[in-house]
Design a protein around this ligand. Structure first.
Ligand SMILES: [Zn+2]
Length: 578
């Protein structure tokens, strides 16, 4: 059995790994507004002639125009061409049937074009009183390859319909494809609970089936259904997503504009569903860069509404925050009442004092034979994360040794029974491993002994794995190398630092000093305590410390005067300060 612990494999890195399949362009805001131009891609031919349906040829002035329906294009297999020779004045163009518009609303026109001369974009506006107005919109340079042209058009008061046309008014040739005219989203949802449409109650009139200010976001090919649900936590609307297979991401996202920098906020929402959720933020910074932050994940609620809340601090220069609330699990989740709460700024020194926990992974015999007396000498109580499948095997603690540790006031926590990598296991197997490990430890320690703490083997887990773990345990310890502060304390992901044979006494002293100064909780992770070069399976070359190292480190810990607690005791002490 391999017992080497991998360093720093966290849910954050897995989320970023998911990012590898993120397409370069994500979905635009809301559902896409409909293209008002019928047959804008020219793929449909009119019946009875080689001409695109819904399009008409038009010209005026002194010139010789020619029109053709091309069997190639920017997209698909068709486009249109207008050619002018013998030009003196006037223009020539293809026109689409005028579409209905709403006065004062703004529309965006775009097409893809190739032209060997300068071309122009015009709007022909039919007014409610029957008159016609022309508006020049923009001119475009020559383009030898397909190039996108776009311009905005605001419908004048009293207008009824518009046709927008890209004209050629010179000797030359103009090809056009993929014409699009859409109404701009003018609906600005009101801020509710500190962010746009946080209660999902507002829909824009032009997109009534989507909550205003929110967009769906899918990464990966799996089928996902988003719905603007009426099964609400409060009010009458909520947002939900349903995935029909695992692993790809489905979520709702919104962007918080102009938050304060260096400010502590809480993000909260109500959710219910049959699979887990995670939340992550992207801070867009003034210098054009961005920073990602994973917040806590949340387990399936099995149909009950449950409130989620996690705190974060905005980096300096934050201009906006993209919030993504998503799942990569199989099932349905509904969100409601998302809130951004401004919290009183706190420094990491906000816990009343620093604290240290000493933890041992893997239930190695050497930690008992070479560690117990040192801990006793300094009066320290440690937490042992034991993989019960190894109890009694060569190099591992016996049941009797484990019992004596528990009797001495040390905490016995859980590792996985077979010390497996959770990321490689399905949920049912993880549940068996957790259940079996807990049951076996309780056979030794008594059914009344409560196993509260868990550490993931190899520090390897996904957010979904933590959900599974938290069905059995009250906390999950990582090996992510960080310290726990009031800003980041999370029983689901207790930050911890590996101590190995290469960790110097000076480093350990510096960590303790840092925890003391910052009022942070430092969790130390040990494996074996074995002489250098030991071939004992418990030796775990590289991860064990020598008996001398361990003694010196414990001595430094004692000398620092910092409080030393088991994982469960430390969490209880810190939770009361939140
Ligand atoms: Zn381990």
């Amino acid at each position: 059995m391999r017992l080497l612990t991998q360093i720093k494999r966290s849910a954050v890195s897995l989320l970023l790994a998911v990012g590898l399949v993120v397409p370069a362009f994500s979905m635009p805001a809301y559902a896409v507004a409909p293209n008002l131009v019928s047959n804008g891609d020219f793929e449909t031919a009119a019946s009875g002639g080689p001409q695109p349906a819904n399009w008409f040829q038009d010209s005026w002035g002194t010139n010789t125009p020619a029109f053709s329906y091309l069997s190639e294009g920017h997209g698909g297999t068709h486009a249109i061409r207008t050619t002018i020779t013998n030009y003196q004045d006037g223009d020539a163009k293809w026109l689409f049937n005028a579409v209905t518009i709403t006065p004062t609303q703004t529309y965006t026109y775009s097409d893809w074009y190739r032209a060997d001369t300068t071309t122009n974009l015009w709007a022909r506006v039919e007014m409610q009183n029957g008159s016609v107005q022309y508006q020049w919109l923009k001119s475009f340079a020559t383009a030898t390859t397909w190039t996108q042209a776009s311009a905005n058009f605001t419908a004048p008061a009293g207008s009824a319909r518009v046709s927008i046309f890209h004209v050629i008014n010179n000797n030359g040739q103009l090809d056009i494809d993929d014409v699009n005219l859409t109404q701009q989203m003018t609906c600005t949802p009101p801020a509710v609970n500190g962010l746009a449409n946080g209660d999902f109650e507002q829909a824009c009139s032009d997109s009534p089936t989507t909550p205003a200010g929110w967009q769906s976001q899918t990464y990966g090919p799996d089928p996902v259904t988003y719905s603007y649900s009426t099964d609400a936590h409060s009010g009458s609307r909520a947002a939900s997503m349903t995935t029909s297979s695992e692993n790809d991401e489905a979520g709702w996202t919104t962007t918080i504009q102009s938050p304060a920098s260096n400010q502590r906020y809480a993000l909260s929402f109500w959710q219910k569903g049959s699979t887990y959720l995670y939340t992550y933020l992207t801070f867009n910074l003034a210098d054009g860069t961005s920073k990602d932050l994973s917040l806590m994940s949340a387990p399936a609620t099995l149909g009950a509404w449950s409130q989620y809340k996690d705190a974060f601090v905005t980096p300096a220069g934050t201009e906006s925050i993209k919030v993504v609330i998503a799942t990569s699990g199989l099932g349905n989740v509904t969100l409601d009442d998302v809130a951004l709460l401004t919290l009183t700024n706190q420094t990491p020194a906000d816990f009343t004092a620093g604290m240290v926990s000493i933890t041992f992974d893997d239930g190695l015999a050497s930690t008992y034979t070479k560690g117990t007396s040192v801990l006793a000498q300094y009066g320290f109580k440690a937490t042992y994360y034991v993989n019960a499948g190894s109890l009694g095997s060569t190099g591992f603690m016996t049941a009797t040794q484990l019992k004596s540790l528990a009797a001495a006031g040390h905490e016995i926590g859980s590792h996985l029974y077979h010390h497996s990598d959770m990321v490689q296991l399905d949920t049912a197997t993880i549940m068996n491993e957790l259940d079996g490990n807990k049951a076996t430890l309780q056979q030794t320690l008594g059914t009344g002994y409560s196993i509260n703490s868990f550490a993931s083997p190899y520090g390897s887990y996904t957010s979904g794995d933590i959900d599974t773990v938290m069905q059995y345990q009250a906390s999950h310890r990582t090996t992510d190398g960080e310290m726990n502060t009031k800003a980041n304390l999370d029983p689901r992901q207790i930050h911890a630092r590996l101590v190995t044979s290469s960790t110097t006494l000076a480093e350990v002293k510096a960590w303790i000093a840092e925890a003391k100064a910052a009022h942070a909780w430092l969790v130390l992770v040990y494996h074996g305590i074995a002489p250098a070069g030991s071939t004992d399976p418990a030796g775990e070359l590289g991860f064990s410390v020598t008996p001398t190292q361990f003694k010196n480190q414990m001595s430094a810990l004692k000398a620092s005067g910092i409080s030393v607690q088991t994982t469960t005791a430390a969490l209880a002490a810190l939770a009361s300060q939140l």
